[in-house]
Design a binder for this molecule. Structure first.
Ligand code: HEM
Length: 210
């Protein structure tokens, strides 16, 4: 028996259109943020390389999203990462963070311009201050897809992100992207961490503004 209803078309009625009030554990992430002391551990020919970075992340609320009976609230994001004092993009990422109030499921979609996409999920309480999302290579729902070269040279077998909202209004992430690198026998843990400080408030979603 499926956990879903036979009726896949009827949408919920009386949806609250103010996304900022319905983001559950994602609420502390809404807005525009800057990180000044990020650290990246990435693979290199010599083995690995650790680099400091600065990042800017904009997370803006979407109108509520329904797929038949399923209701999701969420944030659209863009993360732009540079090395301190440099102009060149070190890492660029876009996607959505989504919250399903009915199930307590949080989803992150991500796309990066290496030709790679992933979708990670995890469960969290509505008022959780910390949660973890996971995507597993090969999973049909919460998986990772890479272009053929990346799959050949640097296969991503798992992506994990732990997000913590702090009492002073900042939040932080700790990511572990697990790579099987051609010619190496052990998985490589590509780690990225940063603490984000708010630089601007979010703009309410179009339906809430109306
Ligand atoms: C703040 C976040 C991140 C930063 C700063 C970052 C940075 C880097 C850097 C510097 C490299 C080494 C190769 C190069 O110089 O291009 C690299 C490699 C790689 N990254 Fe990331 N990365 C981040 C997050 C991610 C995420 C979330 C994924 C995928 C889920 C990912 C997937 C990869 C892959 C597959 C490689 C291997 C390809 C290669 O070494 O050229 N990265 N990353």
């Amino acid at each position: 028996m499926s956990k879903y209803s036979e009726d896949i078309y009827t949408e919920p009625s009386n949806i609250d259109v103010d996304t900022l009030k319905n983001l559950g554990p994602l609420a502390p992430l809404a807005g525009v943020w800057q990180g000044e002391r990020g650290t990246d551990l990435a693979p290199s020919r010599a083995g690995s390389e650790t680099s400091p970075f600065v990042d800017r992340i904009e997370l803006q609320p979407l109108d509520p999203q329904t797929s038949g009976p399923q209701l999701l609230y969420g944030l659209r994001y863009h993360q732009h990462v540079k090395r301190p004092g440099q102009i060149a993009t070190f890492h660029d990422q876009i996607g959505y963070f989504l919250w399903e109030p009915a199930t307590g499921i949080v989803i992150q979609t991500l796309a990066i311009p290496r030709g790679q996409i992933a979708m990670a999920s995890g469960k969290a309480a509505k008022d959780a201050k910390e949660f973890e999302l996971v995507a597993t290579g090969g999973d049909a729902n919460f998986g990772v897809l890479s272009n053929p070269f990346l799959d050949y040279g640097f296969r991503t077998i798992e992506y994990r992100i732990k997000i913590s909202a702090h009492a002073d209004g900042t939040w932080s992430y700790d990511e572990d992207t697990v790579l099987m690198i051609r010619g190496r026998s052990e998985p490589f843990h590509h780690r990225d961490r940063s603490v984000l400080f708010k630089i601007a408030e979010p703009t309410p979603n179009p339906l809430a503004l109306k």
